[in-house]
Design a protein around this ligand. Structure first.
Ligand SMILES: [Fe+2]
Length: 261
């Protein structure tokens, strides 16, 4: 059994809620698809938890923005990445030099992809993990509408997928098949069975900035050959207050948490 998380976006309340659910289920292995930081008020705390709890974490565009520079960001997202960098660079009290080095080392060593070949129940699966897409792992969006508006794009993406590819980035959970087709988790009773001869791109949604009009934190775990989609209520009012209290963080990224948009 393993869990896959993505797009935490410095939202500590959502992350701790998800981690508690993972622990309650007895899941010991956690993989992270990036965007640990950005938008929210707790970059250090979220990084520390992901460093401690995850086996590895691939690089997201907001992690990249904090480490290097924001690419194609709107003003609010750009300001959030500069603020995040400032916070991570500032060595205040109860922030040991070791923790400081550990966070920057972790960010600097995030891989762009990871691959796993594993037995899932009786089936063998080859699973790729990227933040965004199999051909542009950091920045390309794969939207549900692409299967109708740009099916050629989705087919090209599937040429880069050997079997299963987990992604985040759009903050919209669901399963893409190579027809191409897209299924919301609800249309699949919240699970997708991995089988040897079906390719799938599986978006696990966002822990800390859900944008599918469902405000609950999203993640997925794999048990046997089944990918299970999970949604969890969390205390977003606390998250909202924290963002609003920081001048450099855009209130829009706080208020949208109430509607998951
Ligand atoms: Fe993100």
């Amino acid at each position: 059994m393993f869990a896959v998380l993505s797009d935490i976006h410095s939202n500590l309340e959502a992350l701790t809620t998800v981690l508690a659910d993972i622990e309650r289920r007895g899941i010991k292995t956690i993989y992270c698809l990036g965007d640990v930081v950005g938008y929210g008020a707790n970059p250090k705390e979220c990084l520390d938890l992901i460093i401690e709890k995850s086996k590895w974490c691939v690089l997201g565009n907001h992690d990249y923005a904090t480490l290097y520079e924001p690419t194609n960001f709107n003003y609010g997202a750009e300001q959030a990445s500069f603020w995040t960098r400032f916070v991570l660079e500032t060595n205040e009290e109860n922030n040991s030099p070791e923790a400081h080095v550990r966070r920057w080392t972790f960010l600097g060593q995030m891989p762009m992809r990871q691959r796993l070949t594993t037995k899932l129940g009786t089936e063998t699966a080859l699973i790729d993990f990227v933040h965004a897409s199999p051909r542009k792992p950091i920045n390309e969006y794969i939207f549900p509408d692409d299967v109708y508006t740009n099916p050629a794009k989705v087919r090209l993406l599937f040429e880069r997928v050997e079997h299963i590819c987990f992604v985040g980035h759009t903050h919209m959970p669901g399963v893409f098949l190579d027809e191409p087709d897209f299924y919301l988790p609800g249309e699949l009773d919240n699970f997708y069975p991995i089988i040897p001869d079906e390719k799938a791109i599986i978006n696990i949604g966002s822990v800390g900035q859900p944008r599918d009009k469902d405000k609950r934190a999203s993640y997925a775990y794999v048990e046997g050959n089944e990918v299970r989609f999970v949604r969890l209520e969390y205390d977003f009012e606390t998250t909202i207050k924290k963002i609003q209290a920081i001048e450099q963080l855009d209130n829009f990224h706080a208020e949208r948490l109430r509607d998951g948009r």
